[in-house]
Design a protein around this ligand. Structure first.
Ligand code: NAP
Length: 531
């Protein structure tokens, strides 16, 4: 495992002048990990993005077949480096080997999924409105449109997914699939994992003769690096996963540019879980077991972690909480991702605990070790009036803690749903009768969440065609776009319409004969037929 700690600009190690050095830290023991990493200077950032723009001219013209082959090679190159990547990620994140192996499988599945998508080709959304020279009073022109890649994309990965939302995570893979070069801002908590994975990208680009400028990896442990990337005039869009504060700062910087660019930020949310009365009566123990598993998975460090639970004040809720307490009593404290997250978790918990009207219902019994940045698991309790009055309770507490809000009646339940902030998910546990009776709750949730989970739990996201991992602000910057799943590719393309363009000048996907054999919308009807 040879990590050099350098920035990688268009496939080359930067050996010249660099910015401030920093090191990764092993969260389990606080030890610094070799080597030193060097923050990218403005000159390095400038060259990386300039090279990206140059490469875009070539990459956007490559065939989907070539890009698909490249993505498959990329998966294979990452796979070749599995052992060293997972070992370094264990040291840098304290995520266990089995969790990282699962994440690794998802990471190498993604390039293969997107390779299949672009080979098949219909994703490009070809639309053809045929000309009508007989239309009165004006002839109707031929109008044809497809999606085209937008240009160099900056990717900011999250600390909690060092593989699947990092250097070769969904953002990078779907940008490549669409035909966009990528400039990755390495997360300062796992810079070595980033470098090892970046080498796989460089090797795959070389194998397919694609321009090296298609990819650069920039290191940095201060806001300066990220800010300079976002402000570069040749950048076309940003994909970000992380904190609301970081995401918002990047959105503001992108909007303040002379030429504003879109930022697709996924920033986490409260992910409320609603327990309806009949379901609680019938399944309180099972729900408690599932809830605890969801709350503590990955030490609660998931953007879909269930941060609040809402249920009618009842003996059944007490029964549920008793089962939950029994389970929490057996939880061992576990190390968090980095000291910043640990401090943030504890300071938000302190605010919750000191809020009048909030009490700790259960806290994991075994004493945690702050030197190992270990997190306690906590369930707090409050009533709906306190919840409404105390804004500080309605912030994400990234870690294994959740607040139970006891509500008195249906009006309070509906009021909760109607007034909640945008969320990635909302979960409902209900029987058939519950769901019929509480239809208005479901309707309220549709306007506030990106994914409604029935009789399940919000953690764990499938990568599919229907996946929508987003939600109204502050969960995401654009509720329409997803950061996970097949449709995440649509963040990095835009429609281009060709009016009265001669057939031979059109992209193949729009030509009369349909040489790619893709599904197209012709005069409003989906068909693979030629014209
Ligand atoms: P983060 O602090 O938002 O950092 C994510 C990336 O953005 C890093 O590369 C960071 O680099 C950069 N960045 C942050 N603020 C910036 C700014 N103002 N300007 C330019 N670049 C900036 O996220 P994190 O380290 O993963 O976790 C911290 C908190 O984020 C957690 O406590 C949790 O609340 C939340 N979180 C949410 C999710 C989610 O999935 N939504 C995932 C992880 C964490 P620098 O540090 O070098 O600036």
């Amino acid at each position: 495992m040879n990590i050099r700690g350098k920035n990688l600009v268009a496939g080359k190690l930067e050996n010249g002048k660099t910015g401030k050095p920093f090191q990764a830290t092993n969260p389990r023991n606080g030890e610094k990990l070799d080597p030193d990493f060097h923050e990218a200077t403005p000159d390095i950032i400038n060259r990386a993005i300039n090279k990206g723009l140059e490469a875009f001219k070539i990459l956007r013209q490559t065939s989907p077949q070539k890009r698909a082959d490249f993505l498959e090679t990329l998966a294979a190159e990452v796979e070749l480096r599995a052992e060293s990547i997972i070992r370094r990620a264990q040291d840098e994140t304290a995520l266990g080997e089995s969790r990282l192996k699962m994440e690794f499988e998802r990471t190498i599945a993604q390039p293969r999924v997107f390779a299949g998508l672009i080979r098949e080709g219909s994703w490009i959304d070809a639309k053809i409105d045929r000309a009508d020279p007989t239309r009165k009073p004006f002839k109707r022109p031929s109008m044809r449109s497809i999606l085209q890649p937008i240009g160099p994309i900056a990717v900011f990965g999250a600390s909690n997914f060092p593989l699947a939302i990092s250097v070769v995570g969904t953002d990078t893979i779907c940008a490549f699939a669409a035909g966009c070069p990528v400039i990755v801002k390495a997360h300062p908590a796992h810079p070595g994992t980033c470098e090892l994975t970046a080498e796989a990208v460089i090797a795959a680009l070389q194998k397919h003769g694609l321009p090296s400028g298609c990819f650069s990896l920039l290191q940095g442990a201060s806001k300066k690096t990220g800010q300079a990337i976002v402000q570069h005039p040749d950048l076309s869009a940003v994909a970000f996963t992380g904190s609301l504060m970081g995401g918002r700062a990047i959105m503001d910087a992108a909007a303040a540019r002379k030429k504003p660019i879109p930022v697709f930020a996924e920033m986490g949310s409260l992910n409320p879980v609603f327990l309806l009365p009949e379901a609680l009566k019938k399944r309180s123990k099972d729900i408690a077991t599932g809830f605890l598993n969801s709350l503590t998975m990955g030490v609660g460090q998931f953007c879909t972690n269930p941060g609040v639970l809402v249920a009618l004040d009842s003996p059944e809720l007490d029964d549920f909480l008793k089962h939950l307490s029994d389970g929490i009593g057996r939880i061992q404290p576990r190390t968090m991702l980095h000291s910043g997250i640990f401090q943030n978790y504890n300071s938000i918990l302190k605010i919750f605990c000191q809020t009048q009207g909030v009490r700790i219902h259960t806290r994991s019994g075994i004493t945690s070790n702050p030197a190992r940045i270990e997190a306690d698991t906590l369930v707090l309790e409050t009533d709906y009036t306190t919840w409404c009055m105390r804004e500080e309770l309605r912030q994400e507490c990234f870690g294994p803690a959740s607040i139970v809000v006891r509500i008195k009646n249906l009006e309070e339940l509906l009021s909760f749903a109607r007034n909640m902030e945008g969320s990635l998910t909302a979960t409902i546990h209900g029987t058939h009768d519950d769901l019929e009776k509480y239809k208005s709750l479901l309707q309220a949730l549709e306007t506030h969440a990106g994914r409604l989970v029935y009789n399940g739990f919000p953690t764990g996201v499938e990568i599919g065609y229907a996946t929508h991992h987003s939600g109204p602000y502050p969960a995401a910057s654009s509720a329409y776009h997803t950061s996970i799943g097949i449709d995440s590719i649509y963040r990095f393309v835009r429609p281009v319409c060709y009016q009265n363009c001669p057939d031979e000048q059109l992209p193949p996907e729009l030509q009369d004969k349909n040489p790619k054999g893709i599904l197209r919308k012709i005069d409003g009807e989906m068909t693979k037929c030629e014209i």
